[in-house]
Design a protein around this ligand. Sequence first.
Ligand SMILES: [Zn+2]
Length: 73
Amino acid sequence: MTHQLRAELGPDGQVLKWHVVRDAEPTAMCGREIAADAEARDEAEWGTGLRGCQQCGSLYMHEAPHYPGDPHR
Ligand SMILES: [Zn+2]
C-alpha cells in the first residue's frame, strides 16, 4: 500500500492542512473528499512541518508506523 499527502485548500487558495490518501483514492483516510486538482506531496513529507490533519495522522501512523517523521522511533 502506498500513501500520498493531498492538500485541503481554503477559500483563498492557501493550504489549510494536509490529508493522507491511500493509493491515490479520491477520499482521505479521515473521510474527507479531496479535490481532483489538489496539490499532492510524497508521504515522506508527513511530519516535516506540514500542517497535517490530526485524524489522518493517527490513522496513517497506525498503518505506517515507521514513517520518517515518527517522533517515537
Ligand atoms: Zn484528513
